[in-house]
Write a protein that binds this ligand. Structure first.
Ligand code: PHE
Length: 478
């Protein structure tokens, strides 16, 4: 109906000058007319030009005044000619009407507010506010002064009205021809494809939504733990030890315990200003610490080694995190580490570590214990005990034990702690940020799980390949 109205009107007239009045005169909804005009314009049956008009509409407050009268007039009418006490008056009106009404009526000099008595100063008042609101509601013109006053009182707001003026387009016809969207077998058989008018391709139309992959909620939760990049077996002593506040004389830094590299024997680059802060904290402390009180040597820090723990990667990650604005993070890694150990049934010179850390403001040892319970119970180890321990980089530190039902005893399964301020503050992390961390070997729970008592049967060149094939899938658990 709207389409016929528009096309029909243009058959005898040159222009629809305003879609708003056009719709109103015909009792057609303006939105419907607008949609038709847009569509006809797209097919170039008509040419449409935008019209924008600012118009005023009543706010909710304005609407209630148009209905009930302005508060000042309501108040005025509530004051009888002989006067009234304030309390009586207040009782007769809604609190907001009383309050706003008083202000306005006093300003207009309509009433007099005595100490306790309120009296009229005039016999009669007109409700100009209400009249103006009703005029606006009816789309009638109102003086700029009235508009400004109503706007100031937030009784009206402006609204942009959008419509069109419309003339015939290059493809105008009094009736829209139905255009074909597909060439069918019937079109070909009948031969009418020669006459049929086809719809033009709209290359700007949105296509069908693509069938992309998306993340499962579990995976999204999983990804809250970010995996640390552990793809460097070779590490400098700096990141493996010094950044972790491990003194240069520490026995672990001896070649009896650590594999040092001959070629290349030293690292090329380190972040110099951070190196300087690490040197200072080792030598003389700071950040509330006394340091170790020895002369820190750059040569020692430069030495390359095969990383002895994945905590080397954690120190790099935390340093990188400290370079930007702080955001809480959870990181994990699983990868190879190396130690110069005598190989026996339970020790290898290379094995794997699982490491996790969480950084946030205000973390406590209680958080660490809670997270460890959560973490290990998911691996099937829910009976845990903690024993105070020592690491140069954590304070407090705890060894983690789990009760092994089969062996009927407590076995050590990991190590944990809260990173020391001497490690975190030189990196530049905010003072109230704490990092809780834990590490464990991948081999240990696996051996217990598969009942393997010699680590060399699990990992290394002596592993029996057929054993790997025969192994059942076991859920991790002690
Ligand atoms: N780096 C420790 C180890 O090799 C494990 C650990 C990680 C301890 C994080 C405390 C915090 O045993």
């Amino acid at each position: 109906m709207a389409e016929e109205a528009v096309l029909g009107y243009l058959e005898n007239n040159t222009e629809i000058s305003d879609s708003g009045t056009f719709a109103e005169e015909r009792g057609i909804n303006h939105d419907e007319i607008v949609n038709i005009i847009k569509s006809l314009n797209g097919f170039r049956l008509v040419d449409a030009q935008d019209i924008k008009r600012e118009r005023w509409v009543l706010t909710n407050e304005g609407k209630t005044y148009a209905e009930d009268g302005s508060p000042e007039v309501q108040l005025f009418l509530a004051v009888p000619p002989e006067g009234i006490t304030r309390e009586e008056l207040q009782k007769k009106l809604k609190p907001t009407v009383y309050q706003i009404g008083c202000q306005q009526a006093i300003k207009n000099k309509w009433i007099e507010m005595g100490k306790s008595q309120v009296s009229r100063k005039l016999q009669h008042v007109d409700d100009r506010v209400r009249d103006a609101l009703i005029q606006i509601q009816n789309g009638e013109a109102v003086s700029p002064d009235d508009i400004n006053a109503l706007k100031r009182r937030k009784l009206i707001t402006s609204q942009i009205w959008k419509g069109y003026s419309v003339t015939k387009g290059p493809k105008y016809a009094p009736k829209r021809k139905k255009v074909a969207t597909d060439l069918t077998r019937e079109n070909l058989q009948r031969g009418d494809w020669k006459e049929v008018e086809f719809k033009e391709y709209n290359f700007l139309a949105k296509g069908q939504p693509t069938e992309g992959g998306c993340l499962h909620p579990l995976l999204k939760a999983w990804l809250q733990f970010e995996e640390m990049p552990t793809n460097n077996f070779v590490e400098s002593s700096f990141w493996n030890f010094d950044a972790l506040f491990q003194p240069q004389q520490h026995p672990a830094r001896d070649s009896h315990d650590t594999f040092f590299l001959k070629e290349p024997s030293t690292t090329r680059t380190l972040p110099e200003d951070y190196v300087e802060r690490v040197k200072r904290v080792h030598e003389s402390g700071g950040y509330g610490s006394r340091g170790y009180g020895y002369e820190w040597k750059r040569d020692e820090a430069n030495k390359n080694l095969l990383r002895t723990h994945t905590t080397a990667v954690s120190s790099r990650m935390l340093y990188a995190l400290a370079q930007g604005p702080f955001a809480p993070k959870s990181y994990y890694s699983i990868d190879r580490v190396f130690r110069n150990e005598a190989v026996d049934r339970t020790h290898l010179a290379e094995f794997h570590q699982i490491e996790g850390l969480i950084c946030d403001r205000g973390l406590t040892l209680g958080h660490l214990i809670g997270v460890l319970h959560d973490f290990f119970s998911r691996l099937g180890m829910s009976k845990l005990k903690f024993k105070p321990a020592y690491n140069p980089y954590t304070e407090p530190s705890m060894e983690i034990f789990s009760y092994h039902e089969g062996l009927q005893k407590w076995v050590e399964i990991g190590n944990s702690g809260m990173f020391r301020p001497e490690m975190l503050l030189p990196m530049g992390l905010p003072e109230d940020v704490q990092v809780i961390a834990w590490g464990l070997s991948l081999e240990r729970p696996t051996m217990i799980l598969y009942g393997i008592d010699n680590i060399r049967d699990l990992f290394g060149h002596k592993v029996d390949l057929s054993l790997i094939k025969r192994n059942p899938v076991c859920s991790i658990g002690l």
